[in-house]
Design a protein around this ligand. Structure first.
Ligand SMILES: [Zn+2]
Length: 302
């Protein structure tokens, strides 16, 4: 497991002072490329490409989701210190825009003596479905994201480009294996319809022929209306669905009441939006989701 480098309060103050308040260029204590990612999957993708060649850190602490976020002074400091900021895109990190422009102002004012922050939108080239930002839940999309990260690293740090290219190729092979494994597994299932809590698994469902029959909560912002819940219940009944999926990050109240009413089993699928990522974290999490889906959907065929 990765534990993040949490700086002590005096160290934060000192850094703030040296980064923002001093006119002289700050000597770099660490010459390694500083890379910041916004969500755990992007951390795994990046870490597999850089190995120890760069300092990679995930911006969001392990309990915080990416959809809404108010930024702390520590976040601002982290972004100001980074050379590359790797984002998911598809408007997932809308809250970052204000931050990156204020960071640019700080840099342009000449206080840091640093080059422009490179922001890498990893969604470039991904076929987006209805503005759904959860693209990383498809390993095929993950491969596109890895390629975008690789290209940015090669450009920013050409001295290590050969290793970045080699590591990325190895990781892409692993993601292709993961994709094949999921495909081979799901191909054998008789039941492929499921009900999800929030509409995060469209890309996954599309890749593997699963059908997201209904979604309990359409958006993060607004809770479901009684009419929508009634529709969901109707869909569950008419499709003979026996399993309902929730997510570890959310309150289970609505899910639980629907499940109790209809005598359904509740399973937890991870959208991979929060957590404490490490190198193999993405593959591990995707495989545990597959195991949960298998248990739930195979039960439906009994
Ligand atoms: Zn989400």
């Amino acid at each position: 497991m990765i534990t993040f480098n949490r700086l002590t309060a005096p160290a934060v103050l000192l850094l703030f002072f040296s980064v923002f308040a001093c006119n002289r260029p700050v000597p770099r204590a660490d010459a390694k490329l500083k890379v910041l990612t916004t969500i755990p999957p992007l951390y795994s993708f990046t870490k597999n490409i850089t190995g120890d060649l760069a300092n990679v850190e995930n911006l969001l602490p392990s309990g915080a989701g990416p959809h809404e976020r108010s930024l702390s002074p520590e976040d601002v400091k982290k972004v100001a210190e980074a050379r590359i900021l790797i984002i998911n895109g598809v408007n997932l990190e809308a809250w970052l825009q204000k931050l990156t422009s204020s960071v640019e102002e700080i840099r342009e004012s000449g206080h840091t003596g640093k080059e422009k922050l490179i922001v890498v939108d990893t969604s470039i080239g991904v076929g987006i479905i209805n503005n759904d930002p959860h693209i990383w839940l498809s390993p095929k999309n993950a491969i596109i994201q890895v390629k975008n990260i690789r290209d940015a690293l090669v450009k920013a740090d050409p001295g290590n480009s050969e290793l970045y290219v080699k590591n990325a190729a190895e990781y892409i092979r692993r993601l292709e294996d993961l994709d094949r494994e999921i495909k081979d597994e799901i191909r054998t299932w008789k039941s492929k319809r499921f009900v999800a809590f929030h509409p995060a698994f469209k890309y996954f469902a599309k890749d593997y022929g699963l059908k997201q029959a209904a979604v309990i909560r359409e958006t993060h912002e607004i809770g479901p209306s009684p009419g929508h819940i009634a529709d969901v219940i109707e869909t569950i009944k008419s499709n003979g669905i026996k399993a309902i999926f929730t997510e570890p990050q959310i309150s289970h109240k609505i899910v639980k009441s629907i499940a109790d009413d209809l005598d359904l089993e509740v399973y937890s699928l991870d959208t991979l939006e929060t957590g404490s990522p490490y190198k193999e974290w993405y593959e591990d999490k995707m495989r545990s989701n597959l195991a949960v889906l298998k248990k739930a959907l195979n039960r439906e065929t009994e």
